[in-house]
Design a protein around this ligand. Structure first.
Ligand code: S3P
Length: 172
């Protein structure tokens, strides 16, 4: 079992927060939701940050919060879907933690995101085309991980147990 933070990455709606909470509980570690840290820090919602400051400012906040939580010691951290895009974020995550990428298929993602109003990069309009394009664009960045798990047809408990088993097999 590695003595480093575990960071969950993956597209919006792939289950990072639910799996992260479960995994943290099993490992008896704190669970940190990076989006929640950004919101607390900014004192406004993700939607408000995007609307009033723009995406670039959100990404700067995201990188700063990532740096900070990775310094706080061992924890299970759920990143936002776009945290993998910046090279510097990926380098930081790979060097300081164990990166676990959760994979879900387009239909599963679309099903989970249906009706979402708290994700500025998602809209119901042309959802399938836009989501597919963004997934494709980010594919190479999600692949930059220590562990990759296909979550389709698996429960939160199944995915968490699978990650736990793999982590237990890794050197300290
Ligand atoms: C984003 C994903 C969101 C949030 C923000 C941007 C993205 O997090 O960070 O809306 O760029 O994919 P979730 O993946 O938790 O929805």
């Amino acid at each position: 079992m590695p003595e480093r933070p575990v960071i969950l990455t993956g597209f919006m709606g792939c289950g990072k927060s639910s799996v992260g909470r479960k995994l943290a509980e099993s490992l008896r570690l704190p669970f940190i939701d990076l989006d929640a840290v950004i919101v607390a820090d900014a004192g406004k919602s993700i939607n408000d940050i995007f609307a009033s400051e723009g995406e670039a400012a959100f990404r700067a906040r995201e990188s700063a919060c990532l740096e900070r939580v990775l310094r706080e010691g061992k924890a299970v951290i759920a990143g936002g879907g776009g945290v993998v895009v910046a090279d510097s974020n990926r380098a930081l995550m790979r060097s300081r933690g164990i990166v676990v990428n959760l994979i879900a298929s387009l239909p599963v993602i679309l099903g989970r995101l249906k009706g979402a109003t708290d994700r500025p990069l998602f809209s119901e309009k042309d959802a399938s085309i836009r989501v597919a394009a963004l997934m494709e664009e980010r594919q190479q960045f999600y692949a930059d991980a220590d562990i990759r798990i296909d979550t389709d047809n698996k429960s939160v408990e199944d995915v968490s147990a699978l990650i736990l088993k793999i982590l237990e097999g890794l050197p300290a």
